[in-house]
Design a protein around this ligand. Structure first.
Ligand code: F0G
Length: 459
Protein backbone atom coordinates (compact mmCIF):
# COMPACT_ATOMS: atom_id res chain seq x y z
CA UNK A 1 0.00 0.00 0.00
CA UNK A 2 1.20 3.48 -0.88
CA UNK A 3 2.26 5.59 2.07
CA UNK A 4 0.81 9.10 2.00
CA UNK A 5 3.75 11.45 2.45
CA UNK A 6 3.79 13.82 5.40
CA UNK A 7 2.19 17.17 4.45
CA UNK A 8 4.88 18.95 6.52
CA UNK A 9 8.63 18.95 6.95
CA UNK A 10 10.44 18.33 10.22
CA UNK A 11 11.97 21.29 12.03
CA UNK A 12 12.84 19.87 15.43
CA UNK A 13 13.82 16.33 16.43
CA UNK A 14 14.05 14.26 19.61
CA UNK A 15 16.50 11.33 19.81
CA UNK A 16 15.30 7.78 20.45
CA UNK A 17 17.15 5.15 22.46
CA UNK A 18 17.36 1.48 21.52
CA UNK A 19 17.77 -0.97 24.42
CA UNK A 20 18.40 -4.72 24.68
CA UNK A 21 15.79 -7.39 25.32
CA UNK A 22 17.43 -8.27 28.68
CA UNK A 23 17.28 -4.65 29.77
CA UNK A 24 13.62 -4.41 28.78
CA UNK A 25 12.75 -7.63 30.63
CA UNK A 26 14.17 -6.05 33.80
CA UNK A 27 12.19 -2.84 33.27
CA UNK A 28 8.95 -4.80 32.83
CA UNK A 29 9.51 -6.61 36.09
CA UNK A 30 10.26 -3.34 37.87
CA UNK A 31 7.08 -1.81 36.41
CA UNK A 32 5.02 -4.77 37.73
CA UNK A 33 4.09 -5.65 34.16
CA UNK A 34 2.16 -2.41 33.80
CA UNK A 35 3.36 -0.38 30.81
CA UNK A 36 2.18 2.88 32.41
CA UNK A 37 4.96 2.26 34.95
CA UNK A 38 7.82 2.47 32.44
CA UNK A 39 10.22 5.39 32.16
CA UNK A 40 9.67 6.85 28.69
CA UNK A 41 13.45 6.92 28.10
CA UNK A 42 13.23 3.13 28.04
CA UNK A 43 10.65 3.17 25.24
CA UNK A 44 11.77 3.14 21.60
CA UNK A 45 8.46 3.75 19.79
CA UNK A 46 5.66 4.96 22.04
CA UNK A 47 2.19 3.91 20.92
CA UNK A 48 0.71 3.98 24.42
CA UNK A 49 -1.58 6.78 23.37
CA UNK A 50 -2.22 9.43 20.74
CA UNK A 51 -3.28 11.76 23.56
CA UNK A 52 -1.11 14.81 24.17
CA UNK A 53 1.75 13.09 22.36
CA UNK A 54 1.45 14.90 19.02
CA UNK A 55 4.02 17.29 17.58
CA UNK A 56 2.91 20.92 17.59
CA UNK A 57 3.50 23.02 14.48
CA UNK A 58 5.80 26.04 14.26
CA UNK A 59 2.65 28.20 14.28
CA UNK A 60 1.53 26.61 17.55
CA UNK A 61 4.95 27.14 19.11
CA UNK A 62 4.79 30.75 17.99
CA UNK A 63 1.39 30.93 19.71
CA UNK A 64 3.00 29.69 22.91
CA UNK A 65 5.07 32.89 22.93
CA UNK A 66 2.14 35.20 22.27
CA UNK A 67 -0.32 33.61 24.74
CA UNK A 68 -1.88 36.09 27.15
CA UNK A 69 -1.45 35.06 30.79
CA UNK A 70 -4.07 37.38 32.31
CA UNK A 71 -6.09 35.73 35.06
CA UNK A 72 -9.34 37.02 33.66
CA UNK A 73 -10.51 38.14 30.21
CA UNK A 74 -7.32 37.01 28.43
CA UNK A 75 -6.86 37.64 24.72
CA UNK A 76 -6.05 33.97 24.07
CA UNK A 77 -9.36 32.94 25.66
CA UNK A 78 -11.31 35.17 23.30
CA UNK A 79 -9.36 33.84 20.35
CA UNK A 80 -10.18 30.26 21.40
CA UNK A 81 -13.82 31.19 21.87
CA UNK A 82 -14.03 32.65 18.37
CA UNK A 83 -12.40 29.59 16.78
CA UNK A 84 -14.45 27.03 18.73
CA UNK A 85 -17.79 28.79 18.21
CA UNK A 86 -17.11 28.82 14.50
CA UNK A 87 -16.13 25.11 14.42
CA UNK A 88 -18.72 23.63 16.77
CA UNK A 89 -21.57 26.15 16.58
CA UNK A 90 -22.32 26.00 20.33
CA UNK A 91 -23.09 29.18 22.23
CA UNK A 92 -21.26 28.17 25.42
CA UNK A 93 -17.77 26.72 25.20
CA UNK A 94 -15.49 26.32 28.18
CA UNK A 95 -11.78 25.43 28.14
CA UNK A 96 -10.72 22.85 30.73
CA UNK A 97 -7.37 21.21 31.38
CA UNK A 98 -8.16 17.94 29.58
CA UNK A 99 -11.05 15.70 28.54
CA UNK A 100 -11.62 14.09 31.91
CA UNK A 101 -11.89 17.51 33.53
CA UNK A 102 -14.92 18.17 31.33
CA UNK A 103 -16.28 14.77 32.40
CA UNK A 104 -15.61 15.51 36.07
CA UNK A 105 -17.57 18.76 35.80
CA UNK A 106 -20.40 17.35 33.67
CA UNK A 107 -21.36 13.94 35.06
CA UNK A 108 -22.06 14.82 38.70
CA UNK A 109 -24.05 17.81 37.41
CA UNK A 110 -26.36 15.75 35.17
CA UNK A 111 -26.46 12.37 36.95
CA UNK A 112 -28.67 11.38 39.87
CA UNK A 113 -27.06 8.47 41.78
CA UNK A 114 -28.24 5.16 40.32
CA UNK A 115 -29.08 6.60 36.89
CA UNK A 116 -27.74 5.04 33.70
CA UNK A 117 -25.43 6.63 31.18
CA UNK A 118 -25.97 4.80 27.90
CA UNK A 119 -23.32 4.96 25.21
CA UNK A 120 -22.06 3.58 21.91
CA UNK A 121 -19.14 2.69 24.28
CA UNK A 122 -17.66 4.86 26.97
CA UNK A 123 -13.93 5.35 27.12
CA UNK A 124 -12.19 4.53 30.40
CA UNK A 125 -12.11 7.98 31.99
CA UNK A 126 -15.71 8.65 31.01
CA UNK A 127 -16.74 5.33 32.50
CA UNK A 128 -14.74 6.27 35.62
CA UNK A 129 -16.49 9.63 35.99
CA UNK A 130 -19.89 8.04 35.49
CA UNK A 131 -18.99 5.63 38.33
CA UNK A 132 -17.67 8.47 40.52
CA UNK A 133 -20.99 10.30 39.98
CA UNK A 134 -22.67 7.06 41.16
CA UNK A 135 -24.11 6.49 37.71
CA UNK A 136 -24.21 3.15 35.91
CA UNK A 137 -22.47 2.63 32.59
CA UNK A 138 -24.16 0.82 29.70
CA UNK A 139 -22.49 0.22 26.34
CA UNK A 140 -24.69 -0.53 23.34
CA UNK A 141 -22.37 -0.56 20.32
CA UNK A 142 -23.59 -1.98 17.01
CA UNK A 143 -23.16 -5.73 16.57
CA UNK A 144 -20.49 -5.39 13.84
CA UNK A 145 -18.15 -3.75 16.37
CA UNK A 146 -17.65 -7.20 17.88
CA UNK A 147 -16.59 -8.80 14.59
CA UNK A 148 -13.02 -7.65 13.85
CA UNK A 149 -12.81 -9.59 10.59
CA UNK A 150 -15.99 -8.06 9.17
CA UNK A 151 -15.16 -4.74 7.55
CA UNK A 152 -18.07 -2.33 7.69
CA UNK A 153 -18.08 1.44 7.35
CA UNK A 154 -19.38 2.66 10.69
CA UNK A 155 -18.48 0.16 13.38
CA UNK A 156 -18.55 2.95 15.95
CA UNK A 157 -22.33 3.31 15.69
CA UNK A 158 -24.82 2.89 18.50
CA UNK A 159 -27.20 -0.06 18.30
CA UNK A 160 -30.29 2.14 18.15
CA UNK A 161 -32.76 -0.76 18.46
CA UNK A 162 -30.97 -1.85 21.65
CA UNK A 163 -31.11 1.74 22.91
CA UNK A 164 -34.87 1.89 22.37
CA UNK A 165 -35.28 -1.48 24.03
CA UNK A 166 -33.22 -0.34 27.00
CA UNK A 167 -35.37 2.78 27.38
CA UNK A 168 -38.57 0.74 27.08
CA UNK A 169 -37.34 -1.66 29.76
CA UNK A 170 -35.93 0.81 32.28
CA UNK A 171 -37.84 4.04 31.58
CA UNK A 172 -36.40 7.31 30.28
CA UNK A 173 -36.24 8.82 33.76
CA UNK A 174 -33.60 6.26 34.81
CA UNK A 175 -31.25 7.62 32.14
CA UNK A 176 -29.04 10.64 32.77
CA UNK A 177 -27.69 10.95 29.24
CA UNK A 178 -26.79 9.23 26.01
CA UNK A 179 -23.07 9.54 25.26
CA UNK A 180 -21.87 9.24 21.68
CA UNK A 181 -18.09 8.75 21.53
CA UNK A 182 -16.74 9.90 18.17
CA UNK A 183 -14.70 8.21 16.91
CA UNK A 184 -15.57 5.25 19.11
CA UNK A 185 -12.19 4.69 20.78
CA UNK A 186 -12.71 1.44 22.68
CA UNK A 187 -14.13 -0.44 19.70
CA UNK A 188 -11.16 0.52 17.54
CA UNK A 189 -11.26 4.24 16.74
CA UNK A 190 -14.25 3.38 14.57
CA UNK A 191 -16.38 6.14 13.09
CA UNK A 192 -20.00 6.97 13.82
CA UNK A 193 -22.18 7.96 10.87
CA UNK A 194 -24.29 11.09 10.73
CA UNK A 195 -27.24 8.79 9.97
CA UNK A 196 -26.66 7.00 13.28
CA UNK A 197 -26.32 10.29 15.16
CA UNK A 198 -29.60 11.43 13.62
CA UNK A 199 -31.35 8.27 14.77
CA UNK A 200 -29.98 8.66 18.29
CA UNK A 201 -31.08 12.29 18.27
CA UNK A 202 -34.61 11.34 17.31
CA UNK A 203 -34.80 8.72 20.09
CA UNK A 204 -33.45 11.29 22.55
CA UNK A 205 -36.04 13.83 21.42
CA UNK A 206 -38.82 11.30 21.77
CA UNK A 207 -37.90 10.68 25.42
CA UNK A 208 -36.49 14.09 26.34
CA UNK A 209 -32.95 12.78 26.87
CA UNK A 210 -29.66 14.66 26.73
CA UNK A 211 -27.15 13.71 24.00
CA UNK A 212 -23.52 14.21 25.03
CA UNK A 213 -20.86 13.98 22.32
CA UNK A 214 -17.47 12.75 23.50
CA UNK A 215 -15.62 14.60 20.78
CA UNK A 216 -11.95 13.66 21.31
CA UNK A 217 -11.50 12.53 17.70
CA UNK A 218 -14.28 14.45 15.99
CA UNK A 219 -12.14 15.56 13.02
CA UNK A 220 -11.07 11.99 12.21
CA UNK A 221 -14.75 11.03 12.45
CA UNK A 222 -15.72 13.80 10.02
CA UNK A 223 -13.03 12.61 7.61
CA UNK A 224 -14.48 9.07 7.64
CA UNK A 225 -18.00 10.46 7.13
CA UNK A 226 -16.76 12.30 4.04
CA UNK A 227 -15.12 9.12 2.72
CA UNK A 228 -17.92 6.71 3.51
CA UNK A 229 -21.31 8.42 3.80
CA UNK A 230 -22.59 9.23 0.31
CA UNK A 231 -24.58 12.28 1.41
CA UNK A 232 -21.36 13.99 2.53
CA UNK A 233 -18.91 13.14 -0.25
CA UNK A 234 -18.80 16.74 -1.42
CA UNK A 235 -19.12 18.37 2.00
CA UNK A 236 -16.17 20.01 3.73
CA UNK A 237 -14.80 18.61 6.99
CA UNK A 238 -16.06 21.79 8.66
CA UNK A 239 -19.59 21.33 7.30
CA UNK A 240 -19.65 17.74 8.54
CA UNK A 241 -18.40 18.90 11.93
CA UNK A 242 -21.23 21.46 12.18
CA UNK A 243 -23.74 18.78 11.19
CA UNK A 244 -22.32 16.40 13.82
CA UNK A 245 -22.45 18.83 16.72
CA UNK A 246 -25.90 20.12 15.81
CA UNK A 247 -27.09 16.61 16.74
CA UNK A 248 -25.79 16.86 20.33
CA UNK A 249 -26.74 18.98 23.34
CA UNK A 250 -23.41 18.93 25.18
CA UNK A 251 -19.90 17.98 24.20
CA UNK A 252 -16.86 17.02 26.21
CA UNK A 253 -13.56 16.96 24.43
CA UNK A 254 -10.00 16.03 25.08
CA UNK A 255 -8.11 18.55 22.93
CA UNK A 256 -5.03 16.35 23.32
CA UNK A 257 -6.12 14.40 20.29
CA UNK A 258 -7.61 16.20 17.28
CA UNK A 259 -6.63 19.69 18.47
CA UNK A 260 -2.99 18.49 18.45
CA UNK A 261 -1.96 20.03 21.78
CA UNK A 262 -0.06 18.45 24.64
CA UNK A 263 -2.68 19.52 27.18
CA UNK A 264 -6.20 20.93 27.02
CA UNK A 265 -9.88 20.14 26.77
CA UNK A 266 -13.27 21.67 26.06
CA UNK A 267 -16.80 21.50 27.37
CA UNK A 268 -19.64 22.88 25.27
CA UNK A 269 -23.38 23.32 25.72
CA UNK A 270 -26.00 24.22 23.11
CA UNK A 271 -29.08 26.25 24.04
CA UNK A 272 -29.31 25.33 27.71
CA UNK A 273 -28.59 28.38 29.91
CA UNK A 274 -29.80 26.62 33.07
CA UNK A 275 -27.29 23.79 32.63
CA UNK A 276 -24.57 26.30 31.76
CA UNK A 277 -25.07 28.15 35.05
CA UNK A 278 -24.67 24.93 37.03
CA UNK A 279 -21.60 23.91 35.04
CA UNK A 280 -19.96 27.31 35.49
CA UNK A 281 -19.93 26.93 39.27
CA UNK A 282 -18.44 23.45 38.95
CA UNK A 283 -15.78 24.71 36.53
CA UNK A 284 -14.71 27.53 38.82
CA UNK A 285 -14.44 25.14 41.76
CA UNK A 286 -12.51 22.43 39.89
CA UNK A 287 -10.68 24.06 37.00
CA UNK A 288 -10.25 27.74 37.81
CA UNK A 289 -11.79 30.89 36.43
CA UNK A 290 -13.88 30.59 33.27
CA UNK A 291 -11.47 32.44 30.98
CA UNK A 292 -8.58 30.03 31.54
CA UNK A 293 -10.18 26.79 32.73
CA UNK A 294 -7.16 25.02 34.22
CA UNK A 295 -4.81 26.05 31.42
CA UNK A 296 -2.17 28.69 30.83
CA UNK A 297 -2.97 31.39 28.26
CA UNK A 298 -0.32 29.90 25.97
CA UNK A 299 -2.15 26.57 26.02
CA UNK A 300 -5.37 28.27 24.92
CA UNK A 301 -3.47 29.94 22.09
CA UNK A 302 -1.91 26.63 20.93
CA UNK A 303 -5.31 24.94 21.12
CA UNK A 304 -6.99 27.62 18.97
CA UNK A 305 -4.32 27.12 16.29
CA UNK A 306 -4.25 23.32 16.60
CA UNK A 307 -8.03 23.04 16.17
CA UNK A 308 -7.73 24.67 12.75
CA UNK A 309 -4.79 22.47 11.74
CA UNK A 310 -6.57 19.32 12.87
CA UNK A 311 -9.41 20.01 10.40
CA UNK A 312 -7.15 20.30 7.38
CA UNK A 313 -8.13 17.62 4.90
CA UNK A 314 -4.64 16.86 3.59
CA UNK A 315 -3.46 16.43 7.17
CA UNK A 316 -6.39 14.09 7.92
CA UNK A 317 -5.70 12.06 4.80
CA UNK A 318 -2.07 11.59 5.88
CA UNK A 319 -3.14 10.93 9.46
CA UNK A 320 -5.64 8.17 8.65
CA UNK A 321 -3.24 7.02 5.90
CA UNK A 322 -0.67 6.09 8.57
CA UNK A 323 -3.12 3.70 10.25
CA UNK A 324 -4.09 2.30 6.86
CA UNK A 325 -0.45 1.72 5.90
CA UNK A 326 0.33 -0.09 9.15
CA UNK A 327 -2.86 -2.15 8.84
CA UNK A 328 -1.96 -3.20 5.29
CA UNK A 329 1.40 -4.47 6.59
CA UNK A 330 -0.39 -6.51 9.24
CA UNK A 331 -2.58 -7.95 6.48
CA UNK A 332 0.59 -9.11 4.72
CA UNK A 333 1.61 -10.96 7.89
CA UNK A 334 -1.86 -12.33 8.62
CA UNK A 335 -2.16 -10.50 11.92
CA UNK A 336 -5.82 -9.96 12.91
CA UNK A 337 -7.10 -6.50 13.85
CA UNK A 338 -10.34 -4.51 13.97
CA UNK A 339 -11.22 -3.98 10.30
CA UNK A 340 -11.35 -1.60 8.59
CA UNK A 341 -8.64 0.15 10.57
CA UNK A 342 -9.78 3.12 12.67
CA UNK A 343 -8.58 6.69 12.80
CA UNK A 344 -5.99 6.84 15.56
CA UNK A 345 -4.25 3.51 15.24
CA UNK A 346 -4.52 -0.21 14.82
CA UNK A 347 -6.38 -2.37 17.33
CA UNK A 348 -4.76 -5.80 17.09
CA UNK A 349 -7.13 -8.64 17.92
CA UNK A 350 -5.03 -10.12 20.72
CA UNK A 351 -7.80 -12.54 21.63
CA UNK A 352 -7.50 -14.11 18.17
CA UNK A 353 -3.70 -13.95 18.04
CA UNK A 354 -3.25 -15.51 21.51
CA UNK A 355 -6.22 -17.89 21.81
CA UNK A 356 -4.49 -19.85 24.60
CA UNK A 357 -4.90 -16.91 27.00
CA UNK A 358 -8.36 -16.65 28.64
CA UNK A 359 -9.96 -13.19 28.98
CA UNK A 360 -9.29 -13.04 32.71
CA UNK A 361 -5.57 -13.41 32.00
CA UNK A 362 -5.71 -10.42 29.67
CA UNK A 363 -4.57 -11.30 26.12
CA UNK A 364 -4.47 -7.59 25.14
CA UNK A 365 -2.10 -6.81 28.01
CA UNK A 366 0.00 -9.92 27.33
CA UNK A 367 0.53 -8.87 23.70
CA UNK A 368 1.35 -5.30 24.73
CA UNK A 369 4.01 -6.59 27.16
CA UNK A 370 5.40 -8.91 24.50
CA UNK A 371 5.68 -6.06 22.00
CA UNK A 372 7.70 -4.04 24.48
CA UNK A 373 9.94 -7.01 25.15
CA UNK A 374 10.37 -7.67 21.44
CA UNK A 375 11.21 -4.19 20.21
CA UNK A 376 10.77 -1.55 22.93
CA UNK A 377 7.39 -0.58 21.49
CA UNK A 378 4.83 0.53 24.07
CA UNK A 379 1.14 -0.07 23.36
CA UNK A 380 -1.92 -0.55 25.57
CA UNK A 381 -4.58 -3.11 26.43
CA UNK A 382 -8.08 -2.15 25.31
CA UNK A 383 -9.86 -5.20 26.66
CA UNK A 384 -10.75 -6.87 29.92
CA UNK A 385 -7.72 -5.39 31.72
CA UNK A 386 -8.79 -1.84 30.91
CA UNK A 387 -12.42 -2.56 31.77
CA UNK A 388 -13.00 -1.83 35.44
CA UNK A 389 -14.91 -4.20 37.67
CA UNK A 390 -18.68 -3.60 37.87
CA UNK A 391 -19.22 -0.41 39.89
CA UNK A 392 -22.26 -1.88 41.67
CA UNK A 393 -21.16 -5.48 42.34
CA UNK A 394 -17.35 -5.24 42.19
CA UNK A 395 -17.26 -8.25 39.88
CA UNK A 396 -14.73 -8.66 37.06
CA UNK A 397 -16.21 -7.99 33.64
CA UNK A 398 -15.30 -9.51 30.32
CA UNK A 399 -14.75 -7.04 27.51
CA UNK A 400 -16.50 -7.93 24.22
CA UNK A 401 -13.07 -7.89 22.54
CA UNK A 402 -9.45 -8.21 23.66
CA UNK A 403 -7.47 -5.60 21.75
CA UNK A 404 -3.90 -4.35 21.94
CA UNK A 405 -4.05 -0.79 20.70
CA UNK A 406 -1.21 0.67 18.65
CA UNK A 407 -2.14 4.35 18.94
CA UNK A 408 -0.25 6.56 16.53
CA UNK A 409 0.76 9.98 17.88
CA UNK A 410 0.06 12.86 15.48
CA UNK A 411 2.89 14.07 13.21
CA UNK A 412 5.50 12.15 15.24
CA UNK A 413 6.56 8.88 13.61
CA UNK A 414 7.50 8.16 10.00
CA UNK A 415 6.92 5.33 7.54
CA UNK A 416 10.04 3.47 8.70
CA UNK A 417 8.83 3.47 12.31
CA UNK A 418 5.60 1.88 11.11
CA UNK A 419 7.67 -0.80 9.33
CA UNK A 420 9.54 -1.56 12.57
CA UNK A 421 6.20 -1.99 14.40
CA UNK A 422 4.80 -4.38 11.79
CA UNK A 423 8.01 -6.46 11.79
CA UNK A 424 7.95 -6.76 15.58
CA UNK A 425 4.38 -8.02 15.53
CA UNK A 426 5.28 -10.47 12.80
CA UNK A 427 8.06 -11.88 15.00
CA UNK A 428 5.63 -12.28 17.90
CA UNK A 429 3.10 -14.01 15.69
CA UNK A 430 5.74 -16.65 14.86
CA UNK A 431 6.05 -17.57 18.55
CA UNK A 432 2.52 -16.66 19.65
CA UNK A 433 1.82 -20.06 21.22
CA UNK A 434 4.58 -19.46 23.82
CA UNK A 435 3.06 -16.24 25.18
CA UNK A 436 1.31 -16.60 28.53
CA UNK A 437 -1.23 -14.53 30.44
CA UNK A 438 -1.11 -12.26 33.51
CA UNK A 439 -2.98 -11.90 36.76
CA UNK A 440 -3.65 -8.79 38.83
CA UNK A 441 -1.96 -8.49 42.23
CA UNK A 442 -3.34 -5.10 43.28
CA UNK A 443 -5.82 -2.74 41.63
CA UNK A 444 -7.78 0.48 42.17
CA UNK A 445 -11.58 0.42 42.09
CA UNK A 446 -11.87 2.92 39.25
CA UNK A 447 -9.59 3.25 36.17
CA UNK A 448 -7.52 0.33 37.43
CA UNK A 449 -5.35 -0.20 34.37
CA UNK A 450 -3.28 2.93 35.03
CA UNK A 451 -1.83 1.62 38.30
CA UNK A 452 -2.61 -2.09 38.71
CA UNK A 453 0.28 -4.44 39.52
CA UNK A 454 0.43 -7.73 37.65
CA UNK A 455 2.46 -10.90 37.44
CA UNK A 456 2.85 -13.54 34.74
CA UNK A 457 0.77 -16.69 35.12
CA UNK A 458 3.09 -19.68 34.87
CA UNK A 459 1.89 -22.39 32.54
N1 F0G B 1 -12.81 10.44 25.76
C1 F0G B 1 -12.15 9.68 24.88
C2 F0G B 1 -12.87 9.05 23.74
C3 F0G B 1 -10.77 9.46 25.06
O1 F0G B 1 -10.12 8.71 24.19
C4 F0G B 1 -10.12 10.08 26.16
C5 F0G B 1 -8.71 9.86 26.40
C6 F0G B 1 -10.86 10.88 27.03
C7 F0G B 1 -12.21 11.04 26.79
C8 F0G B 1 -10.24 11.56 28.20
O2 F0G B 1 -9.44 12.63 27.79
O3 F0G B 1 -7.14 12.02 28.54
O4 F0G B 1 -7.74 14.37 27.91
O5 F0G B 1 -8.58 13.37 30.01
N2 F0G B 1 -8.08 8.98 25.83
C9 F0G B 1 -6.67 8.73 25.89
C10 F0G B 1 -6.37 7.48 25.12
C11 F0G B 1 -6.04 8.81 27.22
O6 F0G B 1 -5.25 6.97 25.29
O7 F0G B 1 -7.18 7.03 24.33
P1 F0G B 1 -8.15 13.12 28.61
Amino acid sequence: MKYIAEPFKIKSVEPLRITTREYRAERLKEANYNLFGLHSDDVYIDLLTDSGTGAMSDQQWAGIMTGDESYSGGRSYFKLLEVTREIFGYDWIQPVHQGRAAEKVLFPTITTPGQYVVSNTLFDTTRGHVALAEGRDIDLPCAESRLPEVASDFKGNMDVAALEEFIAQHGADTIAAIVMTITNNAVGGQPVSIANLREVRSVADKFGLLVVIDAARYAENAYFVKQREAEFENATIRDITRETFALGDVFTMSAKKDAIVNIGGLLGVRDNPELVERLKSAVIAAEGFLTYGGLAGRDLEAMAIGLEEGLDESYLQYRVGQSEYLAAKLDDFGIPYQKPVGGHGVFVDAGALLPQIPWHQFPGQALALELYLEAGIRSVDIGSFMLDTDSATGEARQSPKEFTRLAIPRRVYTQSHLDVIADALHAIKERAAEVSGYEILTQAKVMRHFTAKLRPVSR
